[in-house]
Write a protein of this length. Sequence first.
Length: 308
Amino acid sequence: MHAAVVHSFGTPPRYEQFSDPIARGKNEVVVDVLAAGLHPRVRSQADGSHYTSTGELPLIPGIDGVVRGPDGRLRYTILDETSLGTLAERTVIEPDRSIVLPKDVDPVIVAAAMNPAMSSWVALRRRIDFKRGQSVLILGATGNAGRMAIQVAKKFGAAHVIGAGRNTAALQALRPLGADEVLPLDQLAEAANVDVVIDYLWGEPAAAGVVDMITARKERSDPITWIQIGSVAGPTSPIPSAALRAARLQIVGSGIGSVPGRDWLKELPKLVHAITKGEFDVRSKAMPLKDVEQAWCTNTGDRMVLVP
Ligand SMILES: NC(=O)c1ccc[n+]([C@@H]2O[C@H](COP(=O)([O-])OP(=O)(O)OC[C@H]3O[C@@H](n4cnc5c(N)ncnc54)[C@H](OP(=O)(O)O)[C@@H]3O)[C@@H](O)[C@H]2O)c1
């Protein structure tokens, strides 16, 4: 088969011949890949920087995608840590850990949307006790996951959603998605009284945001839950200890591990349903898998999806 293969970390994968995958476990099957998203997590897998990296090479990256199994059905699948990812013509999955899709779905839309959308969907449904009528601030709202988080928060009944990011021009485009307010990162004090923060940035912007918001918060003993989901601005954040004492601030993370696998599997069918019914505005760009090197170096803001 053909696949995108990483031979050295720091160099984009190359499209080349690779041995066909073999199903080894009794629950495994070989499937055809129809579409796989080039998510930030796939890039960090391919450059060896993700914390789960074992350093094993060669590596076919790709953590999820839309596949067709031997039974002919379309499925959305998330792979466990593997060096045989979804950026290939074929891969190996466990059908029990995948979701059967309706026949008429657009594989590119599903492959583009699931990873960014599930980040906020699962966080609000499974990581905290989110209630209708609460207010939400999203840090990194102009990215794919941030744009989805606006729509997901609104779907779950958020009364007021504020989108914040560094790209002030892109912020204006968040209003049609449901953002009631948009803010540049140096004005987070204006979001001081929200109930929930969905944070895709971490790093310095999160630390500065915590200080600005706690300082300006009207009722410091009202709970504020900060959900750490992504770290595009830095893997560590120098949040001052005083912020945790001076306000009823709770910081929780959401991702695979902090939310058990069975809980993800329970949420995914509902998310698939919302995506395939067209409830979310999804920005995707399909590219042939053979052009993976070009896709790797392109960033239009739309989620790149590689199609074998
Ligand atoms: N835990 C989970 O369940 C989960 C699931 C999905 C994603 N994630 C994580 O969530 C994060 C965002 O994913 P995504 O799909 O939205 O990525 P994305 O589409 O690439 O968007 C990233 C956004 O971050 C902004 N950004 C990058 N560096 C920044 C910085 N130094 N300061 C401020 N803003 C910065 C970019 O803004 P510009 O347009 O200005 O460049 C862009 O809007 C990633 O870390 C990803 O791994 C986590």
